[in-house]
Write a protein that binds this ligand. Structure first.
Ligand code: NAP
Length: 519
């Protein structure tokens, strides 16, 4: 099966042999993807010239209704998506749900959240601003949709959620999308787009998808385009520094790698509710999607006097996780996405082992699977007694079921260790001490895009360390890319030009009344 590209309002297969998409359990070929021969300049031109104007004629309420119809189109095909996620990503049912239902849930959230925007087509930022003595001459900040294309370049680990969390916002903003999912797992994204196109719920040119390499895509970006990238820091750097991207001044949002930390408070002794909660959360974060989540916990900071006990408790949890072929109902953790990722994880673990001891390493053969054919990596927990002297443990993001427990001396030491990640997507704190929760949340906020502060009372309602909620900002500073996605309606601004209008107050008042506010 060759996965076609949808550009210029047509399905077009790329040329040549393409890249094989592989079942990471069985090692068999599922499909091929190629963008060879695709005219990226024409694809972007069609989106700008046909999709953009169609979306801009719609108001926020109409665009929100369109998101609702996309939800219906996707839900009608939900079963097929689970099958593809199993075959192409080795997802368990739970893993697939996070990706697929997370995607649908995010679209649904934006369809609802947009209600207060009503029939407006423009945004306003605040109210009228007086600049001098004359009240008749004032200023107003407005936001109008970009007249370019939203170019969405996504990572392999969330082919569904990564696609729709970005599209939901761009569509609501009135900007057409060209999506480039990661080649290794692009089948699910391609199938979802196919279903939405078939359902006829988006205007011509609003959506395009390319399955395979990016080719010369970036050579054709323009000032009114916006690039939203998710993937490794290395690829992010090449996109940000791309000659044409710099020349055109194209907006770029980067969601890159991250060494997310979780922190056990000094009060949380073994036997406390917070200690047990953290143990369960770390084990879950390590094994959901086999640790292939950008938000997964990589570093576990624990008071020195309990670090060894904590590592033992997490190890005991991990020992109960059955790894193997997700087609077997008893299996809780599947493989990594392919052999290349398996090798990268094995190399990463070797680097961590040079600085930390092994606290737990799964030894069981994968269930119902041939380890030689599959891309399995056993859950591996490391422990470092003097983590301040380590480098790799703070630098190497092993994108698999791997974490390192790090002993800290006191609160200041714990916060300093968390900052060694050089900016991450999320940190979590587990403590029964309200004062410590407050201090830690604020101490960690400068270097983390999101901080989850948990005590026993709120644990039941918690959405978890690794789950990205559309009403909260997603993106971390520094190494995590400095990105800012989601976070409710504020996300619309990335796809709008903010402009200060200066003029007769009465005119500005009329514009303000016809505009919507995102706060
Ligand atoms: P990747 O290798 O950087 O690839 C990401 C995307 O960039 C893919 O679609 C890839 O296409 C494309 N790409 C590669 N080179 C390109 C170029 N020169 N120009 C334009 N596009 C290019 O990352 P990955 O291996 O898919 O994903 C894993 C990484 O993503 C991890 O480091 C993880 O932490 C990070 N991640 C971050 C977040 C977040 O929200 N912060 C979420 C998920 C994952 P091909 O597949 O065709 O090469």
């Amino acid at each position: 099966m060759n996965l076609a590209n949808y550009v210029g309002g047509r399905w077009i297969e790329g040329g040549g042999a393409g890249t094989a998409l592989i079942d990471p359990v069985l090692g068999t070929e599922l499909a091929r993807a190629s963008t060879q021969g695709i005219d990226f300049a024409a694809a972007l031109g069609f989106a700008r010239g046909t999709g953009g104007p169609a979306l801009r004629t719609m108001n926020f309420a109409e665009r929100a209704a369109m998101l609702g119809k996309i939800v219906e189109a996707l839900q009608a095909n939900r079963d097929a998506y689970g099958e593809i996620a199993l075959a192409n990503s080795g997802n368990t049912k739970g893993d697939a749900a996070i990706d697929i239902d997370g995607a649908i849930g995010t679209l649904r959230y934006y369809a609802r959240a947009a209600q207060p925007l009503g029939t407006a087509k423009t945004l306003r930022d605040g109210g009228l601003i007086r600049m001098g003595r004359d009240e008749g001459f004032q200023a107003l900040h407005v936001g109008v949709p970009l007249r370019g294309v939203a170019i969405h370049i996504n990572a392999f680990n969330f082919p569904a959620w990564g696609l729709w969390e970005k599209i939901a916002v761009a569509f609501l903003a009135g900007v057409p999308v060209l999506a480039k999912p990661a080649t290794a797992t692009c089948w699910l994204a391609q199938r979802m787009v196919e279903d939405v196109v078939k359902a006829g719920v988006v205007p011509a040119g609003a959506i395009s998808i390319v399955c395979g390499g990016a080719g010369d895509l970036l050579n054709h970006v323009r000032p009114q385009d916006a690039i939203a990238f998710t993937g490794s820091a290395a690829t992010a750097a090449s996109i940000k520094n791309h000659r044409r991207v710099i020349e055109a001044g194209t907006r770029v949002n980067i969601e890159a790698d991250s060494l997310n930390a979780c922190l056990l408070g000094p009060d949380a002794a073994p036997g406390s509710a917070e200690f047990d909660l953290l143990v369960a959360e770390v084990a879950r974060e390590m094994t959901v999607k086999a640790g292939q989540k950008c938000t997964a916990i990589r570093r576990v900071l624990a008071p020195a006097q309990v670090a060894a006990q904590l590592a033992d408790a997490i190890g005991a949890r991990l020992a109960g996780v059955k790894t193997g072929n997700p087609r077997n109902e008893t299996v809780r953790m599947g493989p990594l996405v392919n052999k290349a990722q398996q090798k990268a994880a094995v190399d990463g673990i070797a680097a961590l082992k040079r600085e930390a001891r092994v606290a737990y390493e799964g030894k069981d053969a994968p269930i119902d699977a041939d380890p030689a054919k599959g891309a399995f990596v056993a859950p591996t927990l490391l422990a470092a007694n003097d983590p301040s002297t380590g480098r790799a443990i703070h630098d190497v993001e092993v994108f698999g079921p791997v974490a390192t427990v790090m002993a800290y001396r006191d609160a200041e030491d714990a916060f300093a260790l968390a900052r060694r990640g050089q900016g991450s997507l999320v940190a979590s704190v587990f403590s029964g001490d309200p004062a410590f929760l407050t201090t830690a949340a604020l101490e960690l906020a400068d270097s983390h895009g999101r901080v989850l502060a948990l005590d026993a009372a709120t644990a039941k309602s918690s959405t978890g360390h690794g789950i990205v909620m559309p009403m909260c900002k997603h993106g971390g500073p520094g190494r995590a890319g400095g990105g800012d996605e989601l976070g409710g309606l504020g996300a619309l601004w990335f796809y709008h030009q903010r402009s200060a209008l200066q003029g007769p107050a009465e005119r500005l008042k009329a514009i303000a009344e016809a505009s919507a506010t995102t706060v």
